[in-house]
Design a protein around this ligand. Structure first.
Ligand SMILES: C[S@@+](CC[C@H](N)C(=O)[O-])C[C@H]1O[C@@H](n2cnc3c(N)ncnc32)[C@H](O)[C@@H]1O
Length: 275
């Protein structure tokens, strides 16, 4: 069992436009919430809310909603509170609380439980799906998006480098942490077994990144967090690891005439609880 990585909100937000796009695509498939139909303010939970920028988009869609973002990282929660906590122009509110999604259970009935790009860090999340749907009001929605790119060169190279003779003793296992993501079809079956009407799909985004070593810059905000956490304080080792990883990434993702193409597969699910 590895300890939780430390997060760097500023590094994560450097690619916020590419990272927000899948959230907007997820949001677009979420139907009207039961609360909206009944004229009461919706109650919404965002699991693994990060710096809160996508949580705030929920308040744009449901202006009077009472929305709570939950996250494990003090750094992310601090950023989210600073930038987004408080009452919203539509009369709702946004707040942010510490919670481990691995053990989170709904403390009251929710109209929407949503999670964007976070459940890949929660190994037992498939077992939590019944707990979360149980916590929804009838007709409530469970919606999530998880990366499905763990066999892509960026992750395969990271895994191989961590297992290489030079790094295995310190970093063994840290490059292969996401094997518990299910196939889209498995999520569909599990959510249907729970009595939900489920809409599950995959999208591969052909992301065009700019700048020098943009794929390295991207993974510094996410997949590299466990490695950077283990090597924290050993600047020489960090520099050496990053140089080796960078050189491999340059070969796998050479810059093209318009930038560096970084294909990114993502899995989406929107499930409506049976009445
Ligand atoms: C890639 S970020 C996504 C943040 C945000 N949802 C977004 O879409 O921008 C992943 C987030 O999941 C959080 N996280 C990881 N493991 C978690 C856990 N077990 N419980 C709660 N949050 C967790 C991290 O702290 C981080 O903020």
């Amino acid at each position: 069992m590895h300890s939780a990585p430390t997060w760097d909100p500023q590094q994560y937000l450097r690619h916020s436009s590419h990272r927000t796009r899948p959230f907007l695509d997820l949001l677009a498939r979420i139907p009207e919430l039961p609360a909206t139909a009944q004229g009461r303010p919706p109650r919404i939970a965002d699991l693994g809310c990060g710096p809160g920028n996508v949580t705030a988009l929920l308040a744009e869609r449901w202006p009077d909603a009472r929305i709570t973002g939950f996250d494990l990282s003090p750094e992310m929660l601090e950023q989210a509170k600073k930038d987004h906590a408080g009452t919203t122009p539509g009369g709702g509110w946004l707040d942010f609380r510490p919670a481990d999604a691995a053990h989170w259970t709904p403390d009251e009935p929710y109209d929407l439980i949503i999670s964007n790009a976070a459940l890949q860090w929660v190994p037992n999340h498939p077992e939590s799906l019944p707990v979360w749907t149980e916590g929804l009001v009838p007709g409530g929605i469970l919606a999530f998006q998880v990366p499905g790119n763990f066999t892509s060169p960026s992750h395969a190279i990271l895994g191989e480098l961590c297992e290489s003779p030079q790094w295995r003793a310190r970093l063994g296992g840290h490059g292969h942490r996401f094997v518990h993501i299910l196939d889209a079809a498995d999520y569909l079956t599990r959510l249907s077994d729970l009595g939900c009407t489920a809409d599950v799909w995959e999208t591969v985004y052909s992301q065009l990144l700019q700048g020098e070593d943009p794929v390295l810059d991207w993974v510094k905000g996410t997949a590299l967090r466990p490695v950077l956490t283990v090597l924290d304080g050993d600047d020489e080792a960090v520099a050496e690891f990053l140089t080796q990883y960078r050189d491999l990434l340059r070969k796998a993702y050479p810059p093209g005439p318009y930038g560096t193409v970084f294909p990114f597969r993502r899995i989406f699910a929107v499930a409506r609880k049976g009445a």
